[in-house]
Design a protein around this ligand. Structure first.
Ligand code: HEM
Length: 180
């Protein structure tokens, strides 16, 4: 949450004019939410792969990391709404794909408690498993498209972060195969 607000503040200082400030705010709020998402995404896999005080602490607080991501990404939502409503409308495919991610993000946040988990039973598992991988997919597509963007100023983050997201998926798949 704090990092997201710092990202907005930095964008307001760095951007030249309201349009660029809104674009930078959308960009940097997504970038601050990404590591928080990866921690929530990987917490149980890291624990399976290497049990220790750090991975145990991450696993115990996985729900809090998830809710932290929801807060951080809500700041991205606010920044991108300013960006697309006031300055640059986006194609319907982006709005539907990203909008569905937000529906899943808030459904997961609302059901991140023991009572919902008991009530929904195996549906809870499906919602959270599909939801987290859909969010992963949107992050990965966003960074992969930056890796090959026509504007080369996008390449660095795309080429660093798309492989990181792919590695995170590989770590989850590998951890699932590990016995115990
Ligand atoms: C309708 C929904 C969404 C819209 C319209 C939208 C819009 C934007 C905009 C305007 C930017 C800044 C573009 C730029 O840097 O030139 C951005 C960046 C980004 N967004 Fe979103 N976004 C949406 C949802 C999402 C969701 C759900 C995710 C992830 C699950 C996401 C991940 C990203 C990422 C990874 C970046 C790039 C950040 C970076 O450069 O490090 N966005 N988005």
């Amino acid at each position: 949450m704090t990092a997201g607000l710092v990202a907005v503040g930095a964008a307001l200082l760095a951007g030249q004019g309201a349009s660029q400030q809104a674009l930078l705010a959308a960009r940097w709020t997504a970038r601050t939410a990404a590591p928080v998402f990866l921690i929530a995404y990987l917490a149980s896999s890291l624990w399976r792969l290497r049990r220790g005080p750090l991975t145990t602490a991450l696993l115990k607080r996985r729900r809090q990391w998830g809710l932290g991501f929801v807060l951080a990404h809500s700041i991205h939502l606010a920044a991108l709404l300013v960006n697309i409503v006031a300055f640059r409308p986006r194609p319907v495919s982006t709005l539907v794909g990203g909008g569905l991610a937000y529906v899943l993000i808030y459904l997961m946040a609302l059901t991140s408690n023991d009572a919902s988990q008991r009530l929904l039973g195996r549906w809870w598992k499906w919602l959270h498993r599909i939801g987290i991988h859909y969010i992963w997919l949107i992050f990965t597509i966003s960074y992969a498209s930056r890796a090959f963007h026509a504007d080369p100023t996008y390449h660095v983050e795309g080429r660093l972060l798309a492989p990181l997201f792919l590695a995170a998926l590989a770590a989850r798949l590998y951890a699932r195969r590990k016995p115990g």
